[in-house]
Design a protein around this ligand. Structure first.
Ligand code: FE2
Ligand code: FE2
Length: 358
């Protein structure tokens, strides 16, 4: 996949790989789990839906989608501002890490599990994520940047997650991935003048892959309803809030990228969070009340705290350390307050499956 003639200067390799290996709280993580428990999953209560979905994966509608056209190599980015170039490369680096962490988790599950249904599904999903990561990596190559993915698998620390946490977190990251890609795609459909790179044209079919991955986790959870009952409802709220807060804080720290796409980052995040929350009602009996202004105010507070921490850490000295610690504590408290906001409860729809119609 990597063209040797495009080998970047060593310094760039090291810096980009280092950035991607940094274990910052907000970076995508690499996961491992209890494979024996996954082996015991039973999809038979929703066999018809399962077979239909796996049939879609087998048909592989995006088999020919991730092919580069000449416009990628022909794109002249030398006139871009250094800020835009840095912001775009950061977007690509964090996306490729996210795609690749999906790829290796799914491949690992396929390898370690004997359950035929689970093996088959995770094999297909790993195929898709590998394709997505490869496509992004090639664009990074165009910018003479290389993220050494094989190095990442060795150097990254793996976080152990119980299977149910994998279902909640991965379901949400697939659906929020869909919501992000489709929101960007629709914006550029309306405003092609902001399409500063051809990769955005690929987002429509791309996000259908992510949507389908989310569907798989939705069917898995609905077929195993204990994952959605009792104390797990609290875990579901925790994961919804953690995923939304992480995205809000990350995006608000990357305004340049969103401005270049013609977005107000606040509008973008509100749209994506509302959509993901709405979609998740297919499987989660409890969701976030996104009409509550307190919810948005608390997310904003977390963002402000992160800004304070960044400034305080840069200032160094005792004063800086104190301000940073206080902001961190306040973020912990703010998250607890988010957990105490009234949630939305609704009965699950009879049919779990959704179509990507947004
Ligand atoms: Fe993906
Ligand atoms: Fe995915």
């Amino acid at each position: 996949m990597i063209d040797a003639t495009m080998a970047p200067p060593l310094e760039t390799v090291n810096e980009t790989t280092r950035a991607a290996t940094e274990d910052a709280v907000l970076n995508p993580r690499f996961y491992t789990t209890d494979f024996e428990e996954l082996d015991r999953l039973d999809v038979s209560p929703l066999r018809a839906q399962w077979d239909e979905l796996v049939g879609e994966f087998r048909r592989d509608p995006n088999k020919d989608h991730f092919k580069r056209t000449p416009e990628f190599a022909e794109l002249d980015w030398t006139g871009w501002s250094p800020e835009l170039k840095a912001a775009f490369i950061e977007f690509l680096t964090s996306s490729v890490t996210a795609e690749f962490s999906g790829c290796i988790l799914y491949a690992e599950i396929k390898k370690r599990v004997k359950n035929k249904d689970i093996r088959e599904l995770f094999g297909f999903m790993s195929r898709d994520e590998g394709r997505h990561a490869g496509f992004i990596n090639h664009v990074l190559n165009d910018f003479n940047v290389r993220v050494d993915l094989s190095f990442l698998t060795r150097a990254k620390k793996y976080t152990f997650f119980k299977p149910k946490y994998i279902y909640y977190a991965t379901y949400l990251s697939e659906k929020i991935g869909y919501a992000r890609y489709i929101t960007i795609f629709r914006q550029l459909e309306k405003h092609p003048e902001y399409r500063f790179h051809p990769i955005f044209k690929w987002f429509e079919e791309w996000c259908n892959d992510e949507f389908r991955h989310g569907e798989a986790f939705a069917v898995l959870m609905r077929a195993n309803p204990h994952t959605l009952e009792g104390i797990n409802k609290l875990w579901i709220r925790f994961f919804l809030l953690a995923v939304f807060a992480t995205m809000y804080v990350r995006d608000h720290a990357r305004q340049t990228f969103f401005q270049a796409l013609g977005f107000d980052v606040d509008d973008f995040d509100r749209k994506v969070i509302r959509l993901t929350n709405e979609i998740s009602r297919q499987v989660f009996p409890v969701t976030i009340d996104t009409d509550n202004p307190q919810f948005w105010a608390l997310l904003e507070r977390m963002h402000q705290n992160m800004q304070t921490m960044a400034r305080a850490d840069a200032a160094a000295g005792i004063g800086g350390a104190v301000r940073s610690t206080l902001a961190k504590l306040d973020n912990g408290l703010t998250f607890v307050r988010l957990m105490f906001l009234p949630a939305k409860h609704a009965p699950l729809p009879a049919n779990v499956r959704l179509e990507p119609v947004w």
